[in-house]
Design a protein around this ligand. Structure first.
Ligand code: ADP
Ligand code: MG
Length: 367
């Protein structure tokens, strides 16, 4: 096992800067997830760590040893890709043993290790089969198994679950987490899927356009997003972002207004801008139950645009009345509402976020 440190890593392809000034340090045994939309540089970072690509500038360390010039096979890292390739003519057992044989491990040792790994991944009964006799999920497990079999110092996973269908993806995700808890290999996992990222990570590294936006535990990043991109990227359905102006102690939202909570007021007092982007998550909006909202909530009138029943709840897509400013929220499963209905909803003001429109920076997070 090992710790991995990136110090100001940049990778440029001709005129394109794929990743810029990337620095973070993964402590020994932790599970870190690089997350961000497609093209933000996740794979480039992973390939650089693996030694499949090299940084234009910056320094990479594994266990405090600079490894920029060390070839991939000497770094003792194992990487699993979305399009994993098993050796089709070899049995599952031989696929699992491949890396160990390459390293000339002893036969009994290899055999024991293959069974150990197969047991931990629930594929012991498949050892004699060939890859084409396996389902997609089983193949993916063999690919993971092949990578862990030789007990690398670092485990790198690039969207390893993307090819699986939804149910299998959820199951394999849970197994992966349990597996990590058992073997504890330092792991860096790449995904564009925020649910995968939230559920797996000890720490998230959120990326956009080749730059780090925020690093933190899933809970911390969700509760205190550094900027609008992070806020809107994590959470499903995503946070609502509402353009607002600041007038006489209230936020004006189109033709309506909401009071500004005291806690926020203090933080805005030094701010010169008069326009803001307000953020509120769907779970912090509820259908108004009384006509007199409390100090902690504010009423807003909306018109329903679309109803999506999910069983236990209903996702409601609405707009502030007479506008095309979207405000999405969820309603109890039994709630009756129709497209075109107008109603009041209550915003939980203690859960309001405020972003600077130009930079997207959160004005409520000290950084
Ligand atoms: N070998 C390459 N040559 C040129 N551009 C590349 C190369 N690899 C990646 N890129 C570009 O770098 C950016 C980041 O790519 P990548 O790391 O694959 O993103 P992600 O994995 O987050 O989807 C993209 O704009 C991509 O087109
Ligand atoms: Mg990628």
């Amino acid at each position: 096992m090992a710790k991995v440190k990136l110090d100001k890593i940049t990778r440029q392809f001709d005129h394109l800067i794929a990743i810029e000034n990337i620095s973070f340090e993964v402590p020994d045994g932790q599970f870190w997830v690089l997350v961000g939309p497609s093209g933000c540089g996740k794979s480039t970072i992973l390939r650089t760590i693996a030694g499949l690509d090299s940084a234009t500038s910056g320094q990479l360390y594994i266990d405090d040893i600079p490894v920029n010039n060390l070839p991939a096979r000497q770094r003792d890292v194992a990487m699993v890709f979305q399009n994993y390739a098993l050796y089709p003519h070899m049995s599952v057992a031989d696929n699992l043993a491949f890396g160990l044989r390459m390293r000339k491990a002893d036969k009994t040792q290899i055999n024991r290790r293959v069974h150990e790994v197969a047991r931990s991944l629930n594929i012991e009964h498949l050892l004699k089969r060939k890859p084409k006799q396996l389902s997609g999920g089983q193949q993916q497990r063999v690919a993971l198994g092949r990578a862990i079999a030789r007990q690398p110092k670092v485990f790198l996973l690039d969207e390893p679950l993307s090819n699986l269908d939804a149910q299998l993806r959820d199951d394999t995700r849970a197994e992966l987490k349990q597996l990590h808890a058992r073997v504890g290999i330092t792991t860096i996992y790449v995904t564009h899927d925020q649910i995968e990222a939230m559920t797996l990570a000890d720490r998230l590294v959120v990326l956009k356009e080749g730059r780090i936006q925020q690093i933190g535990t899933p809970q911390a990043v969700y509760a205190q997003p550094a900027n609008r991109m992070v806020a809107a990227f994590l959470g499903s359905p995503p946070m609502n972002i509402l353009p607002a102006t600041f007038t006489e102690g209230s936020f004006r939202l189109h033709h309506q207004s909401i009071p500004i909570p005291e806690t926020i007021k203090q933080q805005l007092s030094s701010h010169q801008e008069q326009s803001f982007d307000l953020g509120i998550r769907p779970e912090n909006i509820s259908i108004a139950s009384t006509d007199s909202p409390s100090d902690l909530t504010a009423s807003i009138k909306v018109e329903i645009d679309l109803i999506e029943p999910l069983g236990k709840e209903i996702l409601v897509k609405a707009n502030l009345i007479d506008s095309n400013i979207a405000l999405n929220f969820s309603a109890p499963g039994q709630w009756k509402g129709n497209k075109g209905d107008r109603l009041s909803v209550e915003l939980d003001l203690s859960q309001l976020f405020v972003f600077e429109p130009s930079s997207g920076r959160s004005l409520l997070v000290s950084s």
